[in-house]
Design a protein around this ligand. Structure first.
Ligand code: SF4
Length: 396
C-alpha cells in the first residue's frame, strides 16, 4: 500500500489535478498549494545561474502559470519545527533525572533515518527520537488545518504539494500518522523532488531564467513575504545549532554566538561541546550518512554514547546533497554541492522566535505554546517494525 501511495506522488499527479480543475464544476475544484523547500530552491538556483530570491519568485510565477493557486516556503514551517525541538530538548534534559524520556534526543526531520530506525532498531531507538514533526509535515498541518480554515474549505478540498530534495519525503507524507480519517486526505498529498520540478519545467517548455518574477505568498495575512528566508546552521535545517544555542542560554545562562564544530571520524560526524567551570555540560553531535548512523547506534547500544542531542541525517553532507536534487553532467559533484551550499546560505536568516507571524499563530491557531493542540499538530509518534526495509526504495 505504501508503494502505491508513493507512485501516486509525482509531477504527473500534480498535472492531473490541475487539468481536472479546468473542467470541474466550481464546487468540485481543489485549491492547489505548493510548498517549496529552501534546499530545492538552492539546487534550482545553481542549475539556472540565479540567486535564491529570484529563483523563489520565478518558481512562484511558474507554478501560478500552470494553475497552482498558492506557493509557500517551507522555511516558514521550519520555524515551528525548530522552536518545538528547542522546547522538547530542554524539557527532556531537565527531566533526565526521572528518566521518563531518554537522552540523547535524536533529531527526526529525516525520513530516511526514521525509516531505518523504525525498521531495524524500532523498540530500542524510538524512545530517543524527537517527536517534533519535520518542516514538511508541519507545513502539512499549517495548510490542511490553519490555511483551510482561513479559506473556509475542508482539508480534502486542498491539494497540497511539497517540493523536496529527496524521495524519502514521499514516504514520510504517506505515513498513516499524517492522514485524516475524518476527511480522507493527507496533510501532504504529493511530494515532488527538485529533479521532478526540473522535468516539469522542461515538459512545459519553460526556462526559469526567462520568467518574470512573481511575489511570494504568505500563509499569514498579517505577514507579507517579500523575500525568502532561512535559518542559521547547515543545509539540513540547522537543528543542532538552534537547539544548542537555546539550551546553553536556557539551561546554563550562557550566550553562544558562534558554534565551533570538532570533526570526529570524518567531516560528516562532528561534535560541539559547552563547558561550564571546566565541565562539559552540553555535548551535541551531527551524524550524517549511513556509516556514521550505524556507528552512533552501536555507541548507543553499548551504552557509550556521550551525547545529549544528535542531528541525524541519512545523506552524506545532509539535505543539500539529497537524492532528489539536480545533478549537473559536466560539473563534479563536490563543486556543484559547494555552489548549492553557497546559494543556500545567501538567503536572509532569522531566529525562529522572531519570524513574523509565528507568535501570532502560536496564540491564535495553536492556543498557546505547549498546548494540547500544538502537541497534536506539531508532533508525531513512531512505530517499531522489526524487519528490514523491503521494496520501498530506501537508498543507503
Ligand atoms: Fe532526505 Fe537526505 Fe535530507 Fe534525509 S538527509 S531528509 S534522506 S535529503
Amino acid at each position: 500500500a505504501e508503494t502505491v501511495l508513493i507512485t501516486q506522488q509525482s509531477h504527473e499527479e500534480l498535472r492531473k489535478v490541475i487539468d481536472a480543475n479546468k473542467t470541474a464544476a466550481p464546487d468540485q475544484q481543489r485549491l492547489v498549494v505548493v510548498s517549496v523547500s529552501p534546499q530545492s530552491r538552492a539546487s534550482l538556483a545553481a542549475q539556472f545561474g540565479l540567486n535564491p530570491t529570484d529563483t523563489a519568485r520565478k518558481l512562484t510565477a511558474f507554478f501560478k502559470k500552470i494553475g497552482v493557486h498558492y506557493v509557500f516556503d517551507t522555511s516558514f514551517s521550519r520555524n515551528f519545527s525548530l522552536l518545538e525541538s528547542q522546547r522538547e530538548f530542554v524539557q527532556r534534559f531537565r527531566g533526565q533525572a526521572d528518566s521518563q524520556q531518554a537522552l540523547p534526543v535524536l533529531a527526526s526531520a529525516c525520513p530516511g533515518w526514521i525509516c531505518y530506525a523504525e525498521k531495524t532498531h524500532g523498540s530500542f531507538l524510538i524512545p530517543y527520537l524527537s517527536t517534533v514533526r519535520s518542516p514538511q509535515q508541519v507545513m502539512g498541518s499549517l495548510v490542511k488545518d490553519f490555511f483551510a480554515q482561513q479559506q473556509h474549505l475542508t482539508p480534502d478540498r486542498i491539494y497540497h504539494v511539497t517540493v523536496m530534495p529527496c524521495y524519502d519525503k514521499k514516504l514520510e507524507a504517506s505515513r498513516p500518522d499524517f492522514f485524516s480519517q475524518d476527511y480522507q486526505t493527507r496533510d501532504v498529498d504529493c511530494v515532488v523532488t527538485t529533479g521532478e520540478v526540473f522535468k516539469l519545467l522542461e515538459e512545459e517548455g519553460v526556462s526559469l531564467s526567462e520568467l518574470e518574477p512573481a511575489p511570494l505568498d504568505s500563509l499569514c495575512s498579517s505577514v507579507s513575504a517579500q523575500e525568502p528566508s532561512s535559518h542559521r546552521g547547515g543545509g539540513s535545517g540547522g537543528y543542532l545549532e538552534h537547539v544548542f544555542q537555546h539550551a546553553a542560554r536556557e539551561l546554563f545562562g550562557i550566550h553562544v554566538d558562534e558554534i565551533t564544530y570538532r570533526p570526529l571520524r570524518n567531516k560528516d560526524f562532528q561534535e560541539v561541546t559547552l563547558e561550564k567551570e571546566g565541565q562539559i555540560v552540553l555535548h551535541f553531535a551531527a551524524a550524517y550518512g549511513f556509516r556514521n548512523i550505524q556507528n552512533l547506534v552501536q555507541k548507543l547500544k553499548r551504552g557509550r554514547c556521550p551525547y545529549h542531542y544528535v542531528e541525524v541525517m541519512a545523506c552524506p553532507a545532509g539535505c543539500l546533497n539529497g537524492g532528489g536534487q539536480l545533478k549537473a553532467p559536466n560539473t563534479p559533484g563536490k563543486e556543484l554541492l559547494q555552489r548549492v551550499e553557497t546559494l543556500y546560505s545567501m538567503v536572509r536568516t532569522e531566529a525562529p522566535e522572531d519570524a513574523p507571524g509565528i507568535q501570532e499563530l502560536y496564540r491564535c491557531w495553536l492556543q498557546g505554546e505547549g498546548s494540547e493542540r500544538a502537541g497534536r499538530l506539531l508532533h508525531t509518534s513512531y512505530h517499531a517494525v522489526e524487519k528490514a526495509s523491503s521494496s520501498l526504495g530506501i537508498r543507503w
